[in-house]
Design a protein around this ligand. Structure first.
Ligand code: DSN
Length: 421
């Protein structure tokens, strides 16, 4: 039924958990906006002998010998990333998104410097200066947000006023729960007025930018762009920092290694190269466009049936639903009931949420993973009906059980790449 025959005999306990996870992924609906299914080629590359090699440094400038082939794959990853995002420099070594952001801050800032980033309650990210992170002990973070949560429009006048008052050294774009697009031209103009660097954390939308479905911050003169590689970009779990030119690139490289990291994870860098190669193909453009078509269709279908979406819709791959206003229940309850029928999403705070972060009013959902499985607009309607039925019949255990079977039968029509059931 499943591959990994060696593991089955050498470590049955881990094998059993792996089989469980494969079944869960194949038989359920993945709506977590930051998740995706990688191709068999990316998966294969992650489990290779590149794991065995230490490669501190960069191609052609390593600290240990034996780097002929690590240099080849890292160079491929760098060149493909630069081509994909039309930029002058790529560092493909960050282990994940937060380490990429930390290395970026230390490359561009001195302790005490200020960053103007998106309000966390309006969709910003922990690594953009949440008080629970150590970053706030070193740098000062101030915020911009939406002018109107009914449209999602950012308050660029307030952003300019804040920039003039606080004199940030970085004007930072990026989010993990914002369903609209930023106006990079306006941000660049504001940053130029106050002499700030422009940085975009495109982790959530990297694949949409790579596929040409959303705008590319480098086309508007942004200095640096950070990202993860495993969300819409559909690569291995990891991070990356792109810069507009070699001058920024030099600072970034020094900050990633030796500033923050030691040996790069070379099997992941090789897998990044494979994923970037896939994203350069014409069919990835169609994938990126379909993610957004599916997202808009799902959003509209839910709204027509009474769901209250923050910003009243979406321009990207994700949407944020106010569950209290929609169905008079908390986001956590929606997460739990949908989980029980095989539909996975996550509870999420909404702007100006009166509830606590661990018990917020909303849920976040997105279409990158289901689009990889080949689902289209009509399937969004089927999924939305499953969700709405589960929420409506949440106290009826028998109804939920039947629904769970229907969800499973539906999902099995859409194979997950690399999983045979
Ligand atoms: N955990 C990621 C997300 O789900 O958006 C961001 O770090």
């Amino acid at each position: 039924m499943f591959p990994y025959n060696d593991l089955r005999t050498t470590d049955p306990a881990v094998y059993s958990a792996l089989v469980g996870e494969m079944k869960r992924q194949a038989e359920g609906v993945e709506l977590i906006a930051s998740e995706n299914y990688i191709s068999p080629a990316v998966m294969e590359t992650m489990g290779t002998v590149f794991n065995n090699k230490y490669s501190e440094g960069y191609p052609g400038k390593r600290y240990y010998g034996g780097q002929e082939f690590t240099d080849q794959v890292e160079t491929l990853a760098i060149d493909r990333a630069k081509q994909l995002f039309r930029c002058g420099h790529a560092n493909v070594q960050p282990h994940a998104g937060c380490p990429a952001n930390v290395a970026m801050y230390f490359a561009l800032l001195e302790p005490g410097d200020c960053v103007l980033g998106m309000d966390l309650s309006h969709g910003g990210h922990l690594s953009h200066g949440h008080p629970v992170t150590y970053l706030t002990k070193i740098f000062r973070f101030v915020r911009y947000g939406m002018k109107d949560i009914e449209t999602g429009e950012i308050d660029y006048d307030a952003m300019r006023a804040m920039a003039k008052k606080e004199k940030p050294k970085i004007l930072l774009g990026g989010f993990s729960a914002y369903p609209r697009e930023l106006d990079y031209a306006k941000m660049k103009a504001i940053a130029d007025e106050v002499g700030a660097y422009t940085v975009m954390d495109m982790a959530h939308i990297a694949g949409l930018i790579a596929g040409g479905a959303l705008k590319n911050p480098f086309d508007y003169g942004f200095d640096v762009v950070t990202t993860t590689t495993h969300k819409t970009l559909r690569g291995p779990r990891g991070g990356m920092i792109l810069s507009k030119d070699a001058e920024f690139g030099k600072k970034i490289d020094k900050s990633v290694f030796p500033g923050f990291q030691g040996g790069p994870i070379m099997q992941m860098i090789a897998a990044k190269a494979v994923a970037f190669g896939e994203a350069l193909r014409p069919e990835f453009k169609e994938y990126a466009a379909q993610i957004i078509r599916n997202s808009k269709h799902l959003a509209n279908y839910l709204m027509e049936r009474g769901a209250k979406l923050i910003t009243n819709g979406t321009d990207n791959h994700l949407m944020l639903v106010d569950c209290v206003q929609s169905w008079n229940i908390a986001g956590g309850e929606v997460e739990t009931v949908l989980d029980s029928v095989g539909i996975t999403l996550n509870k999420n705070s909404i702007p100006n949420d009166t509830r606590k972060p661990m018990d917020p009013s909303g849920v976040r959902l997105g279409t990158p993973a289901i689009t990889t499985r080949g689902m289209k607009e009509r399937d969004m309607e089927i999924l939305a009906d499953f969700m709405l039925t589960a929420i409506e019949r949440r106290s009826d255990a028998a109804a939920l059980k039947n629904l769970g079977e229907e969800v499973k039968a539906f999902c099995l029509q859409f194979p997950v790449p690399g999983i045979k059931v």
